[in-house]
Write a protein that binds this ligand. Structure first.
Ligand code: SF4
Length: 61
């Protein structure tokens, strides 16, 4: 599974953090999502991608 966050799209809504707190956090400086790990619970990660209102999260594999 390959996870990426497009910082140009991310608006810092933090839905991804709520869905998968082990995998995502919000950067204090930029206010955008950062990846904490590139692997994680697949169900949580896919839910995080689905919950992003601007479709900034890509999941492959
Ligand atoms: S849900 Fe989407 S827009 Fe919100 S912080 Fe996560 S990646 Fe960014």
């Amino acid at each position: 599974m390959k996870i990426t966050v497009d910082p140009a799209r991310c608006q810092g809504y933090a839905n991804c953090v709520a869905a998968a707190p082990d995998a995502f956090d919000i950067d204090d400086v930029t206010g955008k999502a950062v990846l904490l790990r590139t692997e994680g619970d697949p169900g949580e990660i896919r839910e995080a991608a689905r919950s992003c209102p601007v479709a900034a999260i890509s999941v492959e594999g």
